[in-house]
Design a protein around this ligand. Structure first.
Ligand SMILES: Nc1ncnc2c1ncn2[C@@H]1O[C@H](COP(=O)(O)OP(=O)(O)O)[C@@H](O)[C@H]1O
Ligand SMILES: [Mg+2]
Length: 311
């Protein structure tokens, strides 16, 4: 229990007859970067709002944050977490003033707020724009400042709801580098929601796939991929007009379970990953033009699509 940052047991939330969250349970270790992944409308924002006590669950067994019961200790918990939801910065104030006001809301002294604010502006490379009004910032800069704002009180848990939403690929990539930088601080727990799988795979220790209010899979990105994809496939690319003798291959290699041939590509399913070198040795001896042989390595996005598409 001591090492658990967030624990939710049997939480449901309905809006009228829409079940935004349908009996979800999970726990997140302290210091982890957790990714809640799901398509639009899956219930991600609802989960963030619930965990921050901004809305009340329809049904609940427990929500425990940093070992405290959320419903009984909401004020204490708020002091120890930071949240990024939509960018709602004060557009007409400077970057530094936005941070200072927030620091003061958290009860930091002016000195503490200034020190934290300056450090954060530096970390996010916004120091040279500290006195500029936020309305002159690009979307990417605003998003960086919003994350800095969520970090002002040096929180133990940081929630980032779709931090890269609305950013172009370049700004999104840049922002992600800052998130990686701040999340490498292992004393903080990060709870990040996103539907951008490629981004999340590299930064999350644990992910959950949320679909229509239900958690469909939970674990490290690697475990999750292995849960979904148990088969081992190899793709062989042949020269134009070349074919492999499939019947012979099946006859000679007992570990080959399935073969699909199309144009100049052949997909071969083997019984075990350890059979791949044997397959490659066999193919290498054939008198056939082979341009490449590659193991199919599914990623988190493949696993996500397989889970979310499955009805
Ligand atoms: N305040 C609300 N009133 C009514 N329905 C809502 C409200 N907030 C969310 N919903 C519904 O709950 C579902 C989940 O929404 P949301 O948590 O915002 O999803 P996500 O953040 O994953 O896109 C959606 O069907 C959405 O329309
Ligand atoms: Mg949302």
């Amino acid at each position: 229990m001591k090492n658990i940052a967030i624990e939710a047991c049997h939480i449901s939330k309905s809006f009228g007859n829409i079940a935004a969250l349908d009996d979800i349970s999970f726990s997140i270790q302290k210091g982890d970067v957790f990714g809640l992944l799901g398509p639009n409308g899956a219930g991600k924002t609802t989960a963030v709002r619930l965990l921050n006590g901004l809305i009340k669950p329809t049904e609940i067994e427990t929500i425990s944050i940093l070992g405290l019961d959320l419903q009984k200790n909401i004020q204490d918990i708020r002091q120890r977490v930071g949240v990024l939801t939509d960018t709602n910065l004060y557009e007409r104030l400077s970057a530094i003033d936005n941070l200072l006001i927030f620091g003061m809301l958290y009860g930091l002294s002016h000195k503490e707020s200034s020190q934290r604010a300056e450090h954060l502006l530096e970390q996010f490379e916004l120091s040279d724009r500290a006195s500029s009004k936020v309305e002159t910032f690009s979307k990417g800069m605003k998003q960086k400042l919003s994350i800095a704002r969520a970090l002002i009180s040096d929180p133990e848990i940081v929630y980032l709801d779709e931090p890269t939403a609305g950013l172009d690929p370049e700004a999104s990539h840049e922002l992600l580098q800052y998130i990686i930088k701040v999340s490498s601080d292992s004393s903080k727990t990060f709870f990040i929601t996103s539907h951008r799988l490629e981004e999340m795979e590299s930064i999350c220790d644990t992910v959950a796939i949320l679909d229509r209010g239900r958690i469909k899979a939970f674990g490290s990105p690697h475990d999750l991929v292995n849960q979904v994809f148990k088969d081992h496939w190899v793709t062989v690319t042949l020269g134009n007009g070349t074919r492999l003798n499939i019947s012979l291959l099946k006859l000679e290699l007992s570990f080959v379970q399935d073969i699909e041939q199309s144009n100049n590509e052949v997909k071969i399913k083997v019984d075990d990953r350890a059979s791949i070198p044997k397959l490659i040795r066999y193919l290498g001896k054939l008198d056939t033009d082979i341009y490449s042989i590659a193991e199919d390595v599914p990623n988190l996005q493949d696993a996500y699509l397989a889970i979310v598409k499955e009805k």
